[in-house]
Design a protein around this ligand. Structure first.
Ligand SMILES: [Zn+2]
Length: 511
């Protein structure tokens, strides 16, 4: 990939276009469309571009050519040729955004539990999850994942790391992966290799038993599911959605050799590209040589030789400086979720998200939504919260005080893509990058005409400003509407599913 400095770019632009590799004939263009699943050559004309590429910075009134799923040229007065032209004068083109930690399946139940009802959320979240899981079918998971992927795209999120921890059977996991893939989003379907539900509607059982089933160490069954996911749904190594795994809940406290062999070893032997886990404090009485003996267990994993650039931690709010330094040294990624973490699962026991400290130590750091059950899909709110949470945290305010708007936006774009192992692919706008792009309208009341592009976007943008979205050059949202999506019908199906699943869930009694 050729990276131009801003100065070189402006010089070439003045000469009539910083184009590279143009001039495809119509036959080749048609073949490209076929290869990319409908992605056409597209010229976005006259946009103000927030590149998030330090060499290019912000560009005013330029054209961006998408060809074969990638950004083929950026410049003034580019020739459209046979490309579809999108007039974008006065609009702001940003890189598609990344969400580094989201449980997509929960979008089907949005609103049932919310974080502003603090005690109810803290007491009810795990119980809700354990009651929903046996009552939602494979078809329900298919619909939920499809719907959740569409919602992400609609908000300008083009790649995410879905931690699929609500599918206790193979048919549910496969259906969820299919639904997410069909939505057109890029990123990772990271199946959690644990969970079991031996109960169902009408059953009464001790809460401790349900908890134990939800906190399993991995089993052969789970890896058979991983194999099927790889073979039947996510086996194409060039696909936009790739297969990852999430460590089992029960891996904490296990002998490191067992975790190494049965989780890390299996995943790596199968070529799984990302291994994520909830980096939260686990059991406190873990002996030496076991996962979780020290802190978040990162030094334990390191001692066992398991940390590497395919390892992703979510949250990590209690990470010590030494743990963050270790993550940076070993290439481990972090997905912080500012809103979710600021309202933790214990009433008003506030903890502070770690993304500011992590990035200051050199960790590949992004942000995420975590629980669409309870939190908005407007990703710009999460971006702003990621700054606010740092500014309010005594341990991070020195980091936040040196920030400018691009530093904040980086968590969702350049850094955000890097923090889900897609840093070589997207997160910035430059020639050669995948065309994961978002075009924002700027003409609504309250969208400011003044300020840098980053200032305007980071401080004022909202989901409703997202006019168009491309993933790998494929137009998925246009003119403010998702292409080919009937929201009214989908919303009705989701509402009916939610009512049915909750009616069944209400018949389960935990004692
Ligand atoms: Zn989570």
């Amino acid at each position: 990939m050729v990276e131009l400095s801003r100065k070189e770019f402006m010089r070439l632009a003045a000469l009539g276009g910083a184009a590279a590799g143009l001039g495809l004939g119509s036959t080749r263009a048609a073949a490209a469309v076929a290869r990319t699943g409908g992605a056409a050559r597209t010229l976005i004309r006259g946009a103000d571009v927030l590149t998030m590429n330090p060499a290019l910075d912000e560009l005013t009134g330029v054209d961006v050519l998408i060809d074969n799923g990638k950004i083929a040229a950026i410049g003034k007065g580019l020739s459209a040729g046979d490309a579809v032209v999108v007039e974008a004068r006065g609009m702001i083109l940003i890189p598609g955004m990344a969400d580094g930690h989201r449980h997509i399946w929960q979008c089907a139940a949005a609103g049932r539990l919310v974080k502003t009802n603090v005690k109810e959320f803290a007491a009810g979240y795990q119980v809700w999850k354990m009651k929903w899981m046996p009552c939602a079918s494979a078809e329900d998971h298919h619909l939920a994942a499809y719907y959740g992927g569409l919602q992400a795209i609609d908000s300008g999120v083009t790649a995410l790391l879905d931690v699929a921890h609500g599918q206790q059977t193979a048919d549910r996991a496969l259906a969820a992966a299919r639904g997410l893939k069909e939505s057109g989003i890029a990123g990772w379907f990271a199946y959690q290799v644990s969970n079991r539900c031996d109960y169902g509607p009408g059953d009464t059982l001790p809460l401790a038993e349900a908890r134990a089933q939800a906190s399993q160490f991995t089993s052969d069954d789970h890896w058979q599911t991983v194999a099927r996911l790889q073979k039947e749904v996510l086996g194409d190594s060039s696909g936009l959605l790739q297969l990852g795994i999430a460590l089992s809940v029960g891996s904490k406290g296990q002998p490191l050799a067992r975790v190494a062999e049965q989780e890390f070893g299996r995943a790596r032997a199968m070529g799984i590209g990302i291994i994520t886990h909830h980096a939260n404090p686990g059991p406190t009485d873990v002996p030496p040589g076991h996962f979780g003996h020290r802190g978040l267990g990162l030094f334990d994993l390191h001692e066992a030789g398991l940390l590497g650039p395919d390892v992703h931690c979510s949250h990590g709010v209690t990470a010590t400086d030494d743990e963050l330094k270790l993550m940076a040294q070993t290439g481990v990624m972090l997905g912080a979720t500012a809103v979710a973490e600021t309202f933790p699962s214990r009433p008003l026991a506030r903890r502070d998200p770690a993304h500011g400290r992590a990035r200051a130590f050199g960790v590949r750091t992004g942000i995420g939504t975590d629980t669409p059950l309870s939190l908005t899909q407007d990703y710009f709110e999460h971006i702003r919260a990621s700054f606010l949470s740092l500014a309010l945290d005594p341990a991070s305010e020195h980091v936040a005080s040196g920030y400018h708007s691009p530093d904040v936006f980086d968590f969702a774009t350049r850094g955000g893509y890097d923090a889900i192992r897609l840093g070589d692919i997207g997160g910035t706008i430059a020639v050669g990058r995948r065309a994961d792009l978002v075009l924002l309208g700027t003409d609504r009341p309250g969208f400011p005409p003044a300020g840098t592009l980053a200032d305007r976007v980071v401080n004022f943008a909202a989901r409703t400003d997202v006019d168009s979205v491309w993933v790998a050059g494929r137009l998925l949202k246009s003119g403010g509407a998702m292409v080919g999506v009937d929201w009214r019908s989908l919303n009705a199906r989701i509402a009916a599913m939610q009512a049915r699943v909750h009616a069944a869930a209400d018949t389960i009694t935990f004692t």
